[in-house]
Design a binder for this molecule. Structure first.
Ligand code: ATP
Length: 594
């Protein structure tokens, strides 16, 4: 568990060692007052004469020990905190570097809340481990061990008695650890979910208000935060009895030494001064023992968080090279592609485990350059996943995708991006002007070129009505734009990009009847002379495609032209019938409404 974190400490490991050594001196200084107390108590008990100056001398020495103890402790912790925060900085930088290389789809699937939790909360919690558990824990453990060895030299029977509280507390501690670890998975997942929900809730507040969804949205928010509370309490409920047992047992180092030791003295098996010394030493190590093992309750949480961090740091990066595109044309080939989404769930050992769910199975087809290929299938059949693999959001687990004979993994993401325009249902508009939002398609485009693209995408008629026209901020304009209008902005972006391959994933999904015609015109402009891969629920829109691929439960069941499929493919017939029924239903309801 510590090894990986320690690796990230890098050059700051030395700081941690020095901090531990200094805290060790401080803890040792804490033992001396008890030895000094013995030196005063023993002669008194034995009836030997001691002078007042002897006592004052000892009191002064005790005070000096206490002051030095505090100074060394502060110094040690100061160093350990510096090393800890330097390590957190390195760890966050390593995480950021890893995120740069992860497939975009993997990052998006995690959700903003989870990513924030990973970077901020989980990394932060390692501060306890590095700045406290390690220097304090190690120092506070080593001193009692040394004191026990010393006690054995004084009187091994009495030393054994003062060890009695340790095995019992260790059993309680181990039970608490394993109970805590079992509850940690659901607790951690609930934390991730709560983070995602809070961020979603804040981001979506505006939409929530506009559509009067306060109650629904609040209900989900409330459920996730109360789930988190419930899982946290469940963890505490399971762990606290064991915590209580060990924290009360552990410091009771004199629980047997006092009565049984006194009996040993009466029987003549031990000397009274030795009993007093062992009692004083036992009392001196109660607190360090408790401190050294007091970090244990946080260990299940830390262990889980470290595993979650390791999982990201060890996650496979997107397979790509620095090569430019050198395919012979824009023909897209899916070659025996299988793909599974990966989700993280608590494993049987309580640690996070990756679970795979294969949603695409052995898919092979070719979308010829300059042609229109449509992907159709029921909802959830895997169409969007196929499109996302093409824009290299993920790497397939089996098989490969190539363009013009060059595999996606043999080119850079930039090279691929310059070949493909991807227009999906939800296109993100940055909170900058509409002009700059469109210009993202090609950063070198002039204002005139951007406006030309906006015209071709049928955007100008609504842009001109905005107070600042194309210079309106997308954040402000977004409130005034319909879903279809926002999509036309993203089509303008794609028109400006003018990539030879266009992937349309339900691009007209938000189009209302008024918008639909304009969207179709914008799309027609975008796809002119391009290699087109289109996903559409509205089958009539793709019946003229050069090739229609029918996807069913993640498998390619047929590919061909509309006329062939309608004759030979039962899955396509079913989809076609559903499309016709829905069209009839619309006409019917429209007539009734009229
Ligand atoms: N990010 C994800 N993580 C896990 N599973 C996912 C993810 N995205 C999609 N899936 C699952 O993969 C399967 C295929 O989904 P996909 O979105 O590709 O289907 P689709 O045919 O495009 O559906 P629709 O027509 O409704 O958009 C579904 O079972 C879906 O639940």
């Amino acid at each position: 568990m510590f090894q990986k974190v320690f690796e990230y400490a890098g050059p700051h490991k030395k700081g941690l060692y020095v901090a531990t050594a200094i805290v060790l001196v401080s803890v040792l200084l804490g033992v001396f007052p008890f030895v000094l107390a013995y030196q005063v108590i023993a002669p008194l008990v034995m009836g030997e004469a001691i002078t007042a100056s002897f006592i004052i001398q000892h009191v002064i020495l005790v005070l000096v020990c206490l002051v030095l103890q505090a100074l060394f402790y502060g110094w040690g912790l100061n160093l350990s905190h510096k090393a800890a925060y330097d390590t957190l900085l390195r760890l966050r930088t390593a995480l950021q570097k890893r995120f740069e290389k992860l497939p975009l789809g993997v990052i998006q699937d995690k959700g903003t809340g989870t990513v924030k939790k990973l970077f901020v909360d989980d990394v932060d919690s390692l501060e306890v481990l590095l700045a406290h558990s390690m220097p304090e824990g190690i120092a506070n453990l080593m001193v009692p061990i040394a004191v026990y060895v010393a006690m054995f030299f004084v009187d091994w029977k009495l030393a054994l008695l003062s060890l009695a509280s340790i095995p019992l507390s260790l059993v309680a501690m181990m039970t608490m650890y394993s109970v805590g670890m079992k509850k940690m998975g659901p607790y951690y997942m609930a934390g991730q979910k709560m983070n995602n929900t809070i961020i979603e809730y804040i981001n979506g507040m505006e939409v929530v208000k506009v559509f009067n969804k306060d109650a629904d949205s609040y209900e989900r928010f409330r459920k996730d935060i109360s789930d988190y509370r419930n899982y946290t309490l469940a963890w505490y409920r399971a762990a606290w009895p064991w915590m209580a047992i060990y924290s009360s047992l552990l410091p009771c180092t004199i629980i047997l030494t006092l009565p049984v030791g006194a009996w040993f003295v009466l029987c003549g098996w031990s000397a009274l001064p030795n009993l007093i010394l062992v009692l004083c030493l036992s009392l001196s190590i109660g607190m360090p023992l408790l401190k050294s093992l007091g970090f244990l309750p946080t260990m299940p949480q830390l262990n889980y968080k470290i595993s979650a961090l390791e999982q990201v740091l060890d996650a496979p990066e997107l397979q790509q090279t620095n090569d430019l595109f050198h395919g012979i044309d824009d023909t897209i080939t899916y070659d025996h592609v299988s793909f599974a989404y990966q989700t993280t769930q608590p494993g049987p050992d309580g640690k996070p485990a990756v679970v795979e769910d294969e949603v695409l199975h052995d898919i092979s087809f070719t979308a010829k350059a300059g042609q229109k290929t449509a992907l159709v299938g029921e909802s959830g059949s895997g169409k969007s996943t196929l499109a996302k693999l093409l824009i290299h959001y993920y790497d397939p687990q089996k098989g490969s995708i190539s363009i013009g004979g060059q595999k996606l993994c043999d080119m850079s993401l930039e090279a691929l991006n310059s070949r493909i325009s991807y227009v999906a249902q939800d296109q993100y508009l940055f909170n900058t002007s509409l002009l700059e939002n469109i210009r993202l398609g090609r950063l070198t485009a002039t204002d005139e070129e951007v406006i030309e693209a906006a015209k071709k995408a049928q955007c100008m008629e609504f842009i001109e009505k905005l107070p600042q026209g194309i210079h309106s901020m997308a954040g402000d304009a977004g409130k005034m734009l319909s879903g279809g209008q926002r999509q036309r902005i993203s089509l303008a972006r794609a028109i400006l990009k003018d990539a030879p391959i266009v992937v349309l994933d339900e691009a007209t999904a938000y189009a209302d009847p008024e918008n639909e015609e304009k969207m179709e015109a914008a799309i027609a402009e975008l796809v002119k002379g391009k290699t087109l891969v289109v996903i559409a629920h509205k089958l009539p829109a793709i019946m003229n495609a050069d090739q229609i691929c029918v996807i069913d439960h993640g498998k390619l069941v047929a590919a061909g032209k509309h006329q062939d499929l309608i004759r030979s493919c039962p899955e396509y017939q079913k989809l076609w019938k559903a499309a016709q029924d829905s069209a009839e239903w619309k006409v019917h309801t429209a007539k009734e409404g009229a």
